[in-house]
Design a protein around this ligand. Structure first.
Ligand SMILES: *Cc1c(COP(=O)(O)O)cnc(C)c1O
Length: 726
């Protein structure tokens, strides 16, 4: 993407010879190519750090002399030319796996809709796992050459920075995004000004401005309602993620689905199918139907056509996770819209009713399931749960025959694999399979991990662990110096951690079901484990509680207070402000990744996949992805046969048993050469069994092969209606 002229003028000071850096800065391609990040870092390391790894900010603010020095350094220019060539080749290449698979004359473009995207910490448009899944999906589609455009929100105030007070309570500190310092550009409309659209037929009117972030080959259009034309109530629609106010939440989903589709239409983007990531954007289905009806197609035919070209991925294993809007609320906005579909109000409302609870209102998941021909859950177990939850939509089918498939989530390997680990893999995989990175979803290739000498893998891991602990100290030092943070918080946030001690990581949102404090169930037993002088253990926690979730904040406080308490020996650290960057350090640098939600509430989970890829071993309850990942020798599993009811005591006891009898002895069983060979052997087993299977590459290929041919058939037949979907 070439940034528009108004943006270009901000970078007029950049020497022509390295002017391509601006294009690079505005394409997140740099974020998953370490060699491209180095190009920014080499100009000036401090400036790169100071910008929090945001090249747009860095290029804008850096003193000219550093740029000039780079532009005159033969060594820098040599590297620059290589990287820019790679970048341009990547963008131009229209080959790749997808092209070989579907060499259709009419390309199929998929429009991907999601309420959040986790792409990089310079774009804080995410709350958690759902967002990272969407971000990884886009990056992988770009790498594989899958034609896609994406739609989301530009949340301007949404980002919650976490500060934990000395009493352990989480303060919410929100930060407004400085739009012009982010790697996003304004999308121009017909008059050259930024494009603003009105959400079609929604009264009272709502307007949204449009921005764009380029993710490799994929444009992601971001909606921003914070503009003068909107009333104050509507300006705040895109302020923050997942408004808890029902009315505001409905307007968010209207803007995302209906407004988002209309943006693509206005820009003349020809897409033939849509993929809905969770139910929030499901109104996109309506808008596509309306466009057909507008051309004279009867509603039922239009509905079938759209259904045949829609994929819906559900992520929620609990009914409470579904948005349901009371009919009275729907009436407030849809009065003008419904007639444009050529149906009456009751037919419209029936599209979203839950058969068991028709009076509750318009259920977004029920609607998305009805309006999509292809639906999937995000792990095998989650599919079982989802079929059970939604079987009433298919009353004449047996439970095993409910058409909800599963495609287990995966993570984008170039994003989550640490560069140093990648160098090590390269050393042993590359000589045998030079293209291993292009085929990193091939399980056979990963057998070569066995070739890596134990010492090299162990030393790389130990290096990453030191890096994590250094990083924690440096963050804390800055806070202490700049904000006069209280000394007791230095202890609580991990200053006393020791790199030679077995380190457990637990980082995720502080939702109650994730049970961050399970390991504190028996405090005395935990203290014994941590304070064992011969084989001590330390735990690093990170995670945010939702703005309004006091229960989550109480769990956090309990952990934080334990971290401050001398009784736990300075062996617990709580890292503030969990986000993409902290996640990167943690999943690369701890020894064990702990996960203990209440089954079956973890639909999939992805952080454990990121850990496994980097040689961190999973210790997880059997739920979500781990039911598929665990093979008896690549980590530890627990909690499969605990009776329902209050399972906390049982789960905690098993957790302590596994730690005491398996994890700790294996870690401290050093050979004469100082290396825990048994542990390293499990690391290898974990990498090779999990990395290919839980990659976004495997995941996207499954979406493409399972669904996209049918979508394509439906889209290019042009037949209306198109009946090949369930
Ligand atoms: C991967 C990731 C998540 C999702 O992790 P879960 O295991 O699904 O909880 C959440 N937040 C961040 C910052 C992540 O990187």
């Amino acid at each position: 993407m070439v940034p528009d002229e108004s943006v270009k003028s901000e970078f007029a000071h950049i020497p022509d010879r390295i002017g391509g850096l601006v294009d690079l800065a505005y394409n997140l391609w740099w974020s998953w190519h370490p060699e491209a990040r180095v190009l920014f870092k080499q100009i000036n390391q401090q400036a790169w750090k100071g910008s929090l790894h945001n090249p747009v900010l860095m290029l804008r603010d850096i003193p000219l002399e550093y740029l000039q020095r780079a532009a005159q350094s033969p060594e820098y220019l040599h590297r620059y030319d290589i990287i820019m060539h790679r970048f341009e080749t990547y963008l131009k290449s229209r080959t790749g796996w997808f092209k070989e698979l579907y060499n259709e004359t009419r390309p199929l473009t998929i429009a991907y809709f999601s309420a959040e995207y986790g792409l990089h910490h310079s774009l804080p448009f995410y709350a958690g796992g759902l967002g990272f899944l969407a971000g990884d999906h886009l990056k992988e589609c770009s790498d594989l050459g899958v034609p896609m455009v994406a739609v989301g929100f530009m949340y301007s105030e949404g980002y919650l920075h976490q500060h934990v007070r000395a009493d352990g309570w989480q303060d919410n500190i929100t930060e407004s995004l400085e739009r012009d310092a982010a790697p996003i550009v304004r999308v121009p409309g017909a008059g050259g000004e930024q494009l603003v659209i009105q959400v079609p037929f929604i009264e009272p009117p709502i307007y949204t401005a449009v921005w764009k972030v380029q993710v490799g080959k994929i444009p992601l259009y971001l909606l921003d309602t914070d503009i003068d034309r909107n009333t104050p109530e509507n300006r705040s629609i895109s302020s923050r993620l997942y408004a808890s106010d029902r009315d505001l939440r409905l307007r968010q989903e209207l803007v995302l689905g209906i407004g988002g589709s209309h943006v693509l239409h206005t820009l003349g983007i020809d897409f033939s199918a849509i993929h809905l990531n969770e139910g929030h954007p499901a109104f996109a289905i309506l808008e596509r139907i309306r466009q057909h009806v507008d051309l004279g197609v009867p509603f039922t035919d239009a509905f079938e056509q759209v259904r045949g070209t829609t994929v819906f991925t559900t992520h929620t294993p609990v009914p409470a996770g579904t948005d349901i809007f009371p009919e009275s609320l729907m009436d407030r906005y849809f009065g003008h819209y419904i007639p444009t579909l050529g149906i009456d109000r009751s037919t419209f409302m029936r599209l979203g009713t839950h058969p068991f609870d028709p009076s509750a209102g318009f259920n977004m998941t029920a609607f998305a399931l009805r309006g999509s021909g292809y639906h999937n859950a995000v792990s095998r177990r989650h599919a079982e749960i989802a079929r059970e939850m939604w079987k009433s939509l298919w009353p004449d089918r047996s439970p095993g025959d409910i058409p909800i498939d599963y495609i287990t989530n995966g993570v984008h390997v170039p994003t989550w694999l640490d560069p140093r680990m990648e160098i090590l893999f390269n050393k042993y995989l590359f000589p045998v399979i030079p293209h291993w990175q292009q085929e990193h979803d091939n399980q056979a290739i990963w057998e070569l991990v066995e070739e890596i000498p134990d010492r090299e893998l162990w030393e790389t891991h130990v290096w990453l662990k030191s890096k994590l602990l250094n990083r924690i100290r440096e963050r804390k030092r800055l806070k202490y110096a700049d904000l006069q943070d209280e000394p007791i918080n230095l202890v609580a946030e991990g200053l006393l951690l020791n790199p030679s001690v077995l380190t457990i990581g637990f980082a995720r949102r502080f939702s109650t079901y994730k049970r961050a404090d399970l390991i504190f169930h028996n405090p005395e037993r935990l203290k014994k484990i941590l304070n064992n002088p011969l084989c001590p253990v330390q735990i690093l926690f990170a995670g945010k509680a939702h703005f309004a979730d006091d229960e989550g904040k109480r769990i956090l406080q309990r952990i934080y207070r334990a971290a401050q308490s001398p009784e736990y020996g300075g062996r617990i650290g709580f890292i503030e402000d969990y986000g993409e960057q902290v996640a990167q350090y943690l999943v690369h640098g701890v020894d064990v990744w702990l996960n203990n939600p209440i089954p079956p509430l973890e639909a999939s989970g992805t952080s454990g996949m990121k850990a496994a890829l980097n040689g961190v071993i999973n210790l997880s309850i059997l739920d979500g992805w781990w039911l598929e990942g665990y093979n008896g020798k690549n980590g530890w599993a627990f909690g499969s046969n605990v009776p329902p009811g209050d399972r906390t005591a049982g789960d905690a006891a098993t957790l302590y048993d596994i730690l005491e009898h398996q994890v700790i002895p294996l870690f401290y069983d050093l050979d004469l050469d100082g290396i825990p060979h048994g542990w390293v052997s499990m690391m290898k087993e974990s990498i090779k069994s999990n990395a290919p299977r839980f990659s976004a590459r495997r995941m996207v290929k499954e979406y493409v092969t399972m669904y996209y041919p049918s979508l394509l058939k439906c889209a290019i037949s042009g037949q209306i209606p198109c009946k090949n979907a369930e």
